[in-house]
Design a protein around this ligand. Structure first.
Ligand SMILES: *Cc1c(COP(=O)(O)O)cnc(C)c1O
Length: 393
């Protein structure tokens, strides 16, 4: 099935890359647990497979599917979201280059730029990416990349991908969008002008909290400032650096993608109901959700996203102590890091996911609670939050 077939999202999610196996008819691509492949005479490869760091059929199935879902030329699967990001940085930047990074980037992304890339000579500035003019002001002659996350983590800020892509391209910089929170179902950054998309597939794409992975999707015809083809650069580095997704991990993410659309619709339904509940609770002092009409960036989100996603953050009366207690007092909501699984998770970003950015410009409010709204029965989720908030705020 060709990736440009005029099929809908779920038809592609279920079928692209997963054609029935030609020898057995198996409907689901096997987990090819093999490191190497028999050659029919020297260089006589069957289907191009030579060694599983370079390519593995289970990984290819996932990569073909993801490229179709994001509308990209090719996709490359990695062992984690951060391995995928590292590959983008090392493939597309050189010492002396400069990157613009969001104020509320995923903590691990910021750490990668600040503590890994910077010592190797790649500089960055931090900008409020909700403000196109702030992004423009942060651009230097050496700027080669604008890194976007939208919605952001954990404050659900929104960046205007199309507007920033215009500013970036005028300056000769590439636009990379971390699409983990929105997913390929709710938002397709390449169609909005971005050059590269990255996901932590650990989150919604896998969707069941049972795998760690990452993916990079590239757009056809994009070149670096020095004229090199972006797809070729990423493909070369995926193999040369070797942080690839193993076949079982690739298989789990591929299975997750097949239900991505139905899961996301339910995540969105439940998140909207929970936002309504939080609006009516007097222990809640602020809510961050791009679907709220008074949220900064709501109009942009409404334009570039199909719906507003399953992540909700809010602040509570009584400060950090109360926030820390609330996240420890729910039963159905599991206290834990990560997000995007079928089960609902609750956490305190200041002490958990975002502890590594304490004391930096990316520090988050101490009374903030982040929810990854799962797909359980929403009445149960609301009742559980209510008992914790009623007692503690
Ligand atoms: C989790 C996450 C990452 C990092 O991915 P890993 O799979 O944990 O390496 C990057 N960006 C965002 C938005 C994330 O949520």
């Amino acid at each position: 099935m060709s990736t440009d077939a005029p099929l809908g999202f779920s038809s592609r999610a279920i079928h692209v890359g997963s054609e029935p196996d030609p020898t057995t008819g198996a409907v689901v691509p096997p987990i090819y647990a093999t490191s190497t492949y028999k050659q029919d005479g020297v260089g006589g490869l069957r289907g191009g497979y030579e060694y599983s760091r370079s390519a593995n059929p289970t990984r290819t199935a996932l990569e073909d599917c993801f490229a179709s879902l994001e509308g990209g030329e090719r996709a490359f699967a990695f062992a984690s979201g951060l391995a995928a990001e590292d590959c983008i940085i090392r493939s597309l930047l050189s010492p002396g280059d400069h990157v613009v990074v969001p104020t509320d980037a995923y903590g691990g992304t910021y750490r990668l730029f600040n503590r890994v890339a910077r010592p190797w000579g790649i500089e960055h500035s931090i900008a409020k990416i909700a403000d196109v003019e702030a992004v423009r002001a942060a651009i230097r002659p050496e700027t080669r990349m604008i890194w976007l996350e939208t919605p952001t983590n954990p404050l659900l800020g929104i960046a205007d991908i199309a507007a920033i892509a215009e500013v970036a391209h005028e300056a000769g910089a590439l636009v990379v969008v971390d699409n983990t929170f929105a997913t390929a179902y709710l938002q397709n950054p390449l169609a909005l002008g971005a050059d590269v998309v990255v996901h932590s597939t650990t989150k919604y794409s896998g969707g069941h909290s049972d795998v760690v992975g990452g993916i990079v999707v590239t757009k056809a015809g994009v070149t670096t400032a020095s004229g090199e083809d972006v797809t070729e650069r990423i493909g070369f580095h995926q193999n040369a650096m070797g942080a690839v997704a193993g076949p079982f991990d690739a298989w789990l993410v591929l299975r997750g993608l097949k239900t991505l659309a139905v899961r996301m619709e339910r995540h969105c339904d439940n998140a909207e109901a929970i936002v309504d509940f939080l609006k009516g609770h007097d222990g809640v002092t602020a809510i961050y959700y791009p679907g709220l009409p008074d949220q900064v960036g709501h109009e942009i989100a409404a334009r570039q996203m199909k719906r507003f996603g399953g992540m909700v953050s809010f602040r509570v009366k009584g400060g950090e102590d109360v926030a820390v207690k609330v996240v420890g007092e729910t039963q159905l909501w599991t206290l834990g890091e990560s997000l995007g699984g079928v089960e609902s998770l609750i956490e305190h970003p200041g002490r958990m996911t975002h502890a590594s950015v304490a004391g930096t410009e990316l520090e988050v409010p101490a009374d903030l609670i982040r929810l990854s709204v799962g797909i359980e029965d929403v009445e149960d989720l609301i009742a559980d939050l209510k008992q914790a908030l009623d007692r503690l705020t």
